[in-house]
Structure formats: C-alpha cells, structure tokens
Design a protein around this ligand. Structure first.
Ligand code: SF4
Length: 75
C-alpha cells in the first residue's frame, strides 16, 4: 500500500507513531514525519491501517493504485 500524509492538518496526537513506528516518527513537538515516500511494506500495513483509522484529524490517507502510480500532485 501507499499512503500520503498531510502535515498541515496533523495535530500532533502521536497515535500513528504508536501504531506504526517504522512508518511514522514524531519530532520534538509531537508532529509527525513520514518515513520514505509513503510506500508501506506488507508486514507494516496492519499498523498503518490502524493509524489511518485512529488519526483524529484524518491526516493520513491511502492512495488508490492509480494515485500511487501518478504520485501525490500536492508534492
Ligand atoms: S495520528 Fe494524525 S494527528 Fe496524530 S501525529 Fe499522527 S498524523 Fe498527526
């Protein structure tokens, strides 16, 4: 799976880094950074899906296969 993160809406709750620490890291203020380009290895998908569902501000979205191929136009 491939995901994108909208850091502009992240409120620093930190739940994503709890569920998927290999994919999300928090800075010293608790705001999140995405490891790599958003490609999630199959063994990490479960934690990332949990993070996606639990993020209170919906900052994390899964890219559909077509979007993933085209890349994120916001970048
Ligand atoms: S769970 Fe959402 S709001 Fe919280 S740090 Fe992660 S992306 Fe930001």
């Amino acid at each position: 799976m491939k995901i994108k993160l909208d850091r502009t809406v992240c409120d620093g709750f930190g739940l994503c880094a709890v569920h998927a620490p290999e994919t999300f890291s928090l800075d010293e203020w608790g705001y999140v950074s995405l490891a790599g380009a958003g490609d999630v290895a199959p063994e990490h998908e479960q934690g990332v899906r949990r993070a996606l569902l639990d993020c209170p501000v919906h900052a994390i979205t899964e890219l559909k296969p077509v979007e993933a191929q085209q890349g994120d136009p916001a970048r």
